[in-house]
Design a protein around this ligand. Sequence first.
Ligand code: MEV
Length: 442
Amino acid sequence: MRKITHIRKGFSKLLKEDKLKAVAECVKNPSEFISLLKSFWHSDEEKQKQFDEFSENTISNFHVPYGVSPNVIINDETYIVPMVIEESSVVAAASAAAKFWGDRGGFHAEIVDVKKVGQVHFCWKGEKDTLTKLMPDIKAELLKNTASITEKMEKRGGGILDIELIDFTDKIDNYYQLRVTFNTCDSMGANFINSILENFGHSLQDFFLRQDNLKEDEREVEIVMCILSNYTPECLVKVWVECDVKQLDGVDEKLDGKAFAEKFKKAVDIAHVDVYRATTHNKGIYNGIDAVVIATGNDFRAVEAAGHSYAARNGRYESLSYVEIKDDIFRFTLEVPLALGTVGGLTSLHPLAKQSLELMGNPSARQLMMIAATMGLANNYAAVKSLTTKGIQQGHMKMHLANILNQLGATENEKTLAIEYFKDKIVSYSEVEKFLQLIITK
Ligand code: MEV
């Protein structure tokens, strides 16, 4: 039964304790609510303050498990990869796949490119030719006006790579765009990119205001917005595993290595022709990628948005991974855009994100792209392998059973008995509940 849903004005100005009290009035048992939420506050006040300040209106913390996948071999280097994820089986699946491929040469990865993109969206009423002719002068002015912002990044090997004029006037009246390409080195670069773009917007308006030879209305530019694009098809990483099909003997009880490889390829091919399967297939990839992205304090929404757009780059949403079998060599590849950072933002502020990076040997952004993509491929391999062999439920149910037993407050002894009992039975909440009642009353 819902109580109050309206909280008085000025909520954001209240002290944290008062915010918690105000919110608690909206639930059935306010004092229970307050003590539960408080029990998740960090015991170290300084640390808690840091968390509170990451966001707004914070009244507690939401814990998500922090696991690791050990012994992940990428380009002959071994990593312990931190994975933050709430879904059971993901870390176990990634670890099993990492072990399997570790015995077969490990994962191979390469960076295709690291370009990021930002846009100045504007409307201008003149002739396109005039704009095109002015572009060299516009570019020079934009670069000159942002030199002080780009200086440091240029010293690190990055900066602005290109400024391109795109004409969208056939779609929206007078609408053009400056598409700007950046290299932001080891930072994700959102602030750097957005600061430059906003500066470009102002400079573009000033530039036109000074063009005395243009007509009155041609001297006006409407800046609609200036913002980075999360679509980063040129911030791309490729990761793959490969082996002779004979090395896949034994993966399935019934199929030899070659037949398993072909069935596995068929499953991946299906995700290239059917959007329903492609979406689930790619979700399995992001189980691994997001877990690393979150563990390192990167932006998983940005990463997912880029990946799903990239998956639809050919006009149809498809699998991000693909399989080739040639001369009995099985090769499974994932190609994915990943705009990640290892310096700045939450990567340095969140104490666990910082530790995650140290655990992986303080990787560069390029290395982190390879690690995150590897975990995507590892999870994708594990999921498709299970689906094409014994099915997904067997493994999932083991973890599901553990969660249900915990929810029902089973003792260690009851858990052992339940695991044995459900070995060959379907797990459901009500069946586990019934089983526990039975052994308790016995
Ligand atoms: C579950 O989180 C992910 C899978 O559904 C992925 C897939 O079907 O490939 C198992």
